[in-house]
Design a protein around this ligand. Sequence first.
Ligand SMILES: C[S@@+](CC[C@H](N)C(=O)[O-])C[C@H]1O[C@@H](n2cnc3c(N)ncnc32)[C@H](O)[C@@H]1O
Length: 256
Amino acid sequence: MKEIVSVFRTFMAYLVRPHLYPELGRKIYKNIFDRKSAFKGKEEAEKWCSDRAVSQEEALKELGINDIEKLENLFPEYFEFAKNAEANCPIKMGGAGALDLIYNLCEYTQAKNTLETGVAFGWSSLAALLSISKRNGTLYSSDMPYLGRDNDVYVGCVVPDNLRKNWKLFRFADRESLPKIFKEQQEFDFVHYDSDKSYNGRMWAYDILWNKVRKGGIFMSDDIGDNAAFMDYCVNNKREPIIVEFDGKYAGLILK
Ligand SMILES: C[S@@+](CC[C@H](N)C(=O)[O-])C[C@H]1O[C@@H](n2cnc3c(N)ncnc32)[C@H](O)[C@@H]1O
């Protein structure tokens, strides 16, 4: 019964958001024909990740960055603002990930143009913006809300107003957002994938995004132990990733 109520709520949430109808069509197809995509190959992927995983510090060292700069120390006032914004938000969303890693990778690539998929509270957006705003760059983000939670107005709430002039948020599913973003910008210094975590969703996005990373830029994907998509992508395309473990999860980095 609980599941039926949740499916009904999600369906109604899609219905009042016509800009997400294409995603509704894909979700219906997925739920009928492709239900196992979320965890396909999870066990093998987790082992592949744990065999290769290093800490954030070690990952940055591999790239030649010896002193990892901690956002909390560098920008205590932004951090405080963000923590309060999250605490005061009436709706719970995906929380902070590897923020220091994201910030340092934007610094490493001296990023001006960055792209991320998946915003939620906006912690990863905040980390990227704190770096790229120094160079007056632009963060292009793609995000659709958590359907059924009505969190639209709170998406990105940890990002303060003064950083928003460097931020373009596209509020569609990735398959609609990305073509719109690419009309504005073709090449990126840093790309962070953190939205549709299904196997097929990742496999659709990875190569499209990789092709938009400039030479010397970095592609990052979160939660790569959830299923085998990142592992398969790297093996099939002979990419040599750095696997980073934090909070019991894995992120993958590929230097281009
Ligand atoms: C894990 S959260 C992002 C967290 C954020 N990157 C951070 O580290 O602070 C994932 C977000 O992606 C959104 N999302 C899920 N599937 C999506 C899709 N197909 N297109 C765009 N956004 C999607 C979710 O609604 C949610 O807002």
